[in-house]
Write a protein that binds this ligand. Structure first.
Ligand SMILES: Cc1cc2nc3c(=O)[nH]c(=O)nc-3n(C[C@H](O)[C@H](O)[C@H](O)COP(=O)(O)OP(=O)(O)OC[C@H]3O[C@@H](n4cnc5c(N)ncnc54)[C@H](O)[C@@H]3O)c2cc1C
Length: 498
C-alpha cells in the first residue's frame, strides 16, 4: 500500500510515529510532503524568535501519549538549546523535537521518503462505472509529475490568515505575523505600529515587537479588545457527570441529540463537584487589562481548576460537540465559544507579566471597538466605534480615529472554505474536484469517529483522512498538540485494522 502524508507538522509527524509501531508498516511505503522550511516542524513550531513560548508547561507537551514528559526529557538531553527558565520553552524547540523523530525515521526506514515540495493538486482516478479509487498527488501543474497512492492523509494545518479589512498587498500591511523575526524587516524605527487582533498571535507580536522596536508604543486592537486568560495551576480532573454514558442516555430521550441545556446541567454538576465558582472566574472586568491579568495571576488555583475543566471539555469535544443538534451547535458558538477560547488557550504567566509591564510603561496600548481600517496617503486609518462601548464617558455613536504607518495582522486563520483565496489553492482545488465539501460550521466534512473525509461526489473516502484545523467544524476547539496526537493515534490504529 502506498501512503501519502500531505503536511509534516504535528499531525503528519505523529501519524508516521504511530505507523512505525505496527508490523504492517513493513508492507507500506510512505511519502511525506511539505516545503523545506516547515518539514517536520509545522507552522506554529517553525524556527522563530525564542520570545514565542509554548502555551503550556514543557513537561505537559509531547507527541508520545505514553510519555507526557518526553519532550522535556529530549530538551534536557540535547545540548544545542539551553534556557535559564525551561518551564515554558520557546515554540521552535518543540519543532526541533518533532523533527528529530522525522529525521530518525527517514534514516531508519527505506520505505519512508521525504518530498520537500508543497502539494498543489490531489485528484481521484476512477474509471466510469468503477468504484475503486486511486489518489494522485501533484506538486506542479505538470500532470505527468503526479504520483499515485492508495491512502492519503491531509494534515496541512491552519488555513491562511483572515484579511478583515481587505488590506492584503498594501505597503506597510503585514498579512501574517510569522515568522515574527521577519516582521520588522521593512519597518523603520520611527514607524508607528498597530496590531489587529488581541488573541494568542497578537501576544507573540507584542513579545517580539516590544523587544525589537522599543522607541514607540504599539497599539493592539480588535472589536472586543479582550485578551486571553492566564494559565493557572491546572490539576488533573476526571469527569463525573459529563460522560458518554450520560450523553447516550440523554440521546435516547431526545431524538438522538443531547439538548445544550441538558449538557449545561451536567457541566454545572461537574463545577459543583470540583467546587469551581464559574461566576467568580468570569466576572472579571475584561476591559481593564491590568485588572484582569492581575486577577488571573493572583488566583492560579481557582482559575486553574476552571481551565482544567474546560480543557477536559475540549479533549472530549468530539462526542460532546457531535451530540448536539445543529441549532444547539450554533447556540453554543454564540454563547460559550468565546469563554471556552479565552480560557482554554491561556497565556503563560510570564507573558502576562510582560504585558502588565508593557501597559504600565506605555509600551503597549490595548484598545477595543475597532470598526474599520482604511489606507490612504501612506497611512492606515483606524476607526473606532467608541459609541458602542459601555464606557459612559463616550457619546453614543461617536467614532474616533488614529493613524499608523505599519499594521500587523494577528486576526488568526480562516475557518470557512467560503472565505478562501489563492493562498489556499490546494483546498480550493480539492473542493472544486469534489474530494471535499464544506462543513457549515467550518472546515470540511469528515466522519467524527474516524477522521475519514466525506466527498460530495464519492461519499465517504475510506482511505482519505483529515486531521487538524481543516476539520474545525467537526473538531471544534480541538487543535492543541495533545488533541491532534490523540486523533493521530486513533486514525493509525483504524488504518491498520482495516
Ligand atoms: C501560532 C500558534 C501557536 C500555537 N501554539 C500552541 C501551543 O503552544 N501548544 C499547543 O498545544 N498548540 C498550539 N497551537 C495549536 C497548533 O495548531 C497545533 O498544536 C498543531 O501544531 C497543529 O498541527 P498540524 O499538524 O495540524 O499543523 P502544522 O503543525 O502547522 O502542520 C501543517 C503542515 O502542513 C504543511 N502544508 C500546508 N499546506 C501544504 C501543502 N499544500 N503541501 C504540503 N504541505 C503543506 C505546512 O507547511 C505545515 O508544515 C498553536 C497554533 C498556532 C497557530
Amino acid at each position: 500500500m502506498k501512503i501519502a502524508i500531505v503536511g509534516a507538522g504535528t499531525a503528519g509527524v505523529t501519524l508516521l510515529k504511530e505507523m512505525v509501531k505496527y508490523d504492517e508498516f513493513n508492507d507500506v511505503s510512505v511519502d511525506i510532503y511539505d516545503n523545506k522550511v516547515n518539514m517536520g516542524q509545522g507552522v506554529p513550531f517553525q524556527n522563530d524568535s525564542d520570545q514565542l513560548l509554548i502555551n503550556l508547561p514543557a513537561r505537559q507537551m509531547s507527541i508520545n501519549l505514553d510519555k507526557p514528559e518526553e519532550f522535556f526529557e529530549w530538551y534536557e538531553e540535547q545540548k544545542e538549546f539551553k534556557y535559564m527558565n525551561p518551564e515554558y520553552l520557546p515554540r521552535f524547540i518543540f519543532g526541533h523535537y518533532m523533527k528529530s523523530y522525522l529525521n530518525k525515521y527517514n534514516d531508519e526506514y527505506n520505505n519512508v521518503s521525504l518530498i520537500s515540495e508543497e502539494v498543489q493538486e490531489i485528484f481521484i482516478e476512477s474509471n466510469i462505472g468503477d468504484t475503486a479509487l486511486k489518489y494522485n498527488i501533484c506538486t506542479s501543474d505538470d500532470i505527468d509529475s503526479c504520483r499515485t497512492y492508495d491512502c492519503v492523509f491531509l494534515t496541512i494545518g491552519t488555513l491562511s490568515y483572515h484579511d478583515p479589512y481587505n488590506l492584503k498587498g498594501t505597503k506597510g500591511y503585514i498579512q501574517s505575523p510569522y515568522p515574527t523575526y521577519n516582521t520588522l524587516d521593512e519597518v523603520d524605527d520611527t514607524d508607528s505600529i498597530a496590531v489587529i487582533g488581541t488573541g494568542l498571535a497578537s501576544l507573540d507580536v507584542i513579545r517580539y515587537v516590544t523587544e525589537h522596536h522599543p522607541n514607540l508604543p504599539i497599539t493592539v486592537t480588535s472589536r472586543k479588545g479582550a485578551l486571553p486568560r492566564v494559565r493557572g495551576n491546572m490539576p488533573d480532573l476526571e469527569f463525573k457527570y459529563l460522560t458518554p454514558e450520560n450523553f447516550n442516555e440523554l440521546k435516547r430521550q431526545h431524538f438522538g441529540t443531547v439538548p445544550l441545556e441538558e449538557a449545561m446541567k451536567l457541566f454545572d454538576l461537574e463545577c459543583e463537584y470540583y467546587n469551581i465558582q464559574v461566576n467568580k472566574m468570569l466576572d472579571v472586568n475584561m476591559e481593564n487589562h491590568i485588572e484582569q491579568l492581575e486577577f488571573d495571576l493572583n488566583h492560579p488555583d481557582e482559575l486553574g481548576s476552571f481551565q482544567s475543566l474546560l480543557e477536559g471539555i475540549k479533549e472530549n469535544m468530539n462526542w460532546i460537540w457531535n451530540s448536539f443538534s445543529r441549532t444547539d451547535q450554533i447556540e453554543f458558538l454564540n454563547r460559550y465559544q468565546r469563554i471556552l477560547k479565552a480560557n482554554s488557550n491561556p497565556m503563560p504567566p510570564r507573558t502576562a507579566e510582560l504585558i502588565i509591564h508593557g501597559i504600565k510603561n506605555n509600551l503597549v496600548k490595548i484598545k477595543p471597538n475597532l470598526k474599520n481600517v482604511t489606507y490612504d496617503s501612506n497611512k492606515f486609518n483606524f476607526q473606532y466605534d467608541d459609541g458602542k462601548d459601555t464606557h459612559e464617558q463616550y457619546d453614543v455613536g461617536k467614532d474616533t480615529h488614529e493613524q499608523y504607518d505599519v499594521v500587523i495582522n494577528a486576526t488568526g486563520s480562516k475557518t470557512h472554505l467560503a472565505d478562501l483565496d489563492a493562498d489556499d489553492q490546494l483546498v480550493i482545488n480539492l473542493e472544486n474536484r469534489q474530494l471535499i465539501q464544506a462543513h457549515p460550521l467550518g472546515g470540511i466534512q469528515i466522519v467524527p469517529e474516524t477522521n475519514q473525509v466525506i466527498s460530495p461526489r464519492f461519499g465517504t473516502l475510506n482511505d482519505v483522512y483529515a486531521l487538524g484545523q481543516l476539520t474545525n467544524g467537526i473538531n471544534q476547539s480541538r487543535n492543541g498538540v495533545m488533541m491532534i496526537v490523540k486523533q493521530a493515534v486513533g486514525v493509525v490504529s483504524q488504518l491498520f485494522k482495516s
